[in-house]
Design a protein around this ligand. Structure first.
Ligand code: ACM
Length: 546
């Protein structure tokens, strides 16, 4: 019905006539809904060239109005949307967020033209079909992780991505800000992190086995004001931002800026530069007091940039930290002895626990990749389960909160078709249908453990995505399928109806066209979306169930 994506909980017909907004249509915003009022006026007002002036009467009585109101009896992110001929539209949300998701539904009901930034003049103002919708999300954590370290995404493109997340009712933006290949957030007390760490001389073009290099220097970073703008823009759209500073692995950019952070008794870290190729990097942080104090300083600034209200979680990575240097380092070994630890895994665990306590003392929660389970998981920590379901299951059964994002299912850098034309194909084939059929709660999880699955996110690693168009291609249309996984409940049969979803996608492609999204067409990449001759690393066969 109405080709809504993600599908709502319930829709009714509501009668035969719809509602046609015109120059006299107002917005009547109840207390707490002012943000959605602003968003509707700027977004729909621009698309249709209508003023949507503030209504002067109460939301219950005004005619020809879009009436917004909060009713705490509804689920916090739930909403009811009614379209009543002559009266207009009534959106009632369980909270300001519910009202906002209802407004996103209203935009879809208005047709693809509602996704333009000015009237295209083709259709006039479309009518909204009469309808009654009742809706609420399945999961509270509906996220996308974007890696802006491997390839920098300029601020304007990040803001646009937030709009695209909001259009799909996704509410978590996991912002992967640092890695071996770049440090992307200004830290005032450690200026070399961006002066040195945000830039690299050249970049491997394709998978690491490719012989091609892009010799154009690459980089960029967000100033602290840029970050505040991004966080505020996300908050206005009811999106929480989860910043990630990836430690103790994935840290060569930081070490190249501050060589004392590395294992100086094993390698000459002063000779390191920001990494220009891909893979798991052996140059990891030294487990020293110098490193702890340095990153406490980083996190102090980060907590100020990402306030608790919209960023309760701070992600500290913890993935892919090879232990070779710690095995060779007399300093690391002395630390293991001094702390009475069994091995290097416990050393990593000690490192993560240090920051878990540090964040807890400051009223925040630590989240990390599932490797933080190795050597013992810190008490209050939550886990993003990426290597499969197993880490998430173990963490949830132990009472930790979990976000499911297994690479076998929802790594959007993985190719979306097995054909020869996919650009720089890597990983397993994950089609639109594969993503649509992903189930975040693995079978067999106890009810109590299932209650610890906060939700799910799709991860977008950008080694082979040089710019916004490449990111668009990998992310869309699959993010639309993912949005339905994260928002819409499973039908009673337990099986999602992919044929029905594909039918609704026909309308959704028109929305994405109006938004200017460079998605992968169902028939395959357009000629300019291909990358002939650039080596990828496809993995053959279906992904294992793990
Ligand atoms: C990851 O993909 N290394 C979390």
């Amino acid at each position: 019905m109405h080709d809504l994506i993600p599908a709502p909980l319930r829709t009714g017909d509501g009668g035969r006539c719809g509602f046609l907004p015109d120059a006299a249509t107002t917005i009547t915003a109840g207390p707490g809904t002012e943000g959605t009022e602003r968003w509707l006026r700027t977004t729909l007002g621009a698309a249709f060239g209508l003023p949507f002036a503030p209504g002067t009467e109460g939301a219950e009585t005004a005619a020809n109005t879009v009436a917004l109101r909060i009713d705490p009896a509804l689920e916090p992110e739930g909403y009811q949307l009614g379209v009543v001929p002559a009266w207009g539209v009534r959106i009632t949300g369980g909270s300001a967020a519910g009202v906002f998701w209802g407004a996103q539904t209203l935009r879809q009901l208005l047709g693809p033209e509602a996704f333009r930034r000015a009237p295209a003049g083709n259709t006039g103002t479309p009518g909204i079909p009469a309808t009654d919708i009742e809706d609420a999300p399945r999961f509270g954590w509906r996220g996308m992780m974007l890696d802006v370290a491997r390839h920098f995404m300029p601020k304007d493109d990040v803001l646009r991505m937030l709009d695209l997340l909001a259009a799909h009712k996704l509410n978590v933006f996991h912002f992967h800000l640092t890695d071996d290949q770049g440090w992307r957030v200004e830290i005032k007390r450690h200026p070399r992190l961006t002066e040195v760490g945000a830039w690299r001389a050249r970049t491997k073009f394709g998978h690491r086995d490719s012989e091609l290099w892009d010799e154009t220097p690459h980089g960029g970073y967000y100033t602290q004001d840029d970050i505040r703008e991004i966080v505020a823009y996300a908050a206005e759209r009811h999106i929480r931002v989860v910043p990630e500073i990836d430690i103790p692995g994935h840290s060569q950019a930081a070490i190249s800026a501050y060589p004392e952070l590395g294992n100086t008794d094993v390698v000459d870290t002063s000779a390191l530069t920001v990494w220009d190729t891909w893979g798991v990097n052996p140059n990891v942080l030294a487990p020293t007091d110098t490193t702890l104090r340095f990153f406490e300083g980083v996190f102090e600034e980060l907590l100020d940039l990402f306030p608790a209200g919209t960023s309760p979680f701070i992600h500290i990575g913890g993935d892919e930290c090879p232990k070779d240097q710690w095995k060779q380092s007399p300093t690391a070994q002395a630390r293991i002895t001094e702390l009475g630890l069994a091995d290097e895994d416990e050393l990593q665990s000690w490192f993560i626990r240090h920051f878990d306590r540090w964040f807890t003392d400051r009223g925040r929660r630590l989240i990390g990749w599932d490797e933080i389970l190795e050597g013992g998981l810190a008490e209050g920590a939550a886990v993003t389960s990426w290597r499969g379901y197993a880490g998430g299951i173990a963490a949830a059964e132990a009472g930790h909160d979990v976000v499911m994002c297994p690479l076998q299912q929802v790594y959007l850098d993985y190719r979306q078709d097995g054909g020869p034309d996919e650009p720089m194909p890597i990983g397993y084939v994950r089609t639109l249908e594969d993503v649509y059929r992903f189930e975040p709660v693995p079978p067999g999880l106890s009810d109590e453990a299932a209650g610890h699955v906060m939700g799910t996110q799709a991860n977008v690693w950008t080694e082979v995505m040089q710019n916004r168009a490449r990111v668009d291609y990998q992310v869309f249309p699959r993010l639309a399928a993912f949005a339905e996984v994260a928002w819409s409940r499973l039908p009673a049969s337990g099986e999602r109806d992919f044929a029905g979803f594909e039918r609704r996608m026909q309308t959704h492609y028109a929305r994405l066209d109006a938004l200017g999204v460079d998605y992968r067409p169902p028939t395959g990449p357009r000629p300019w979306q291909r990358r002939p001759g650039v080596l990828g690393r496809p993995i053959e066969g279906p992904p294992p169930t793990v």
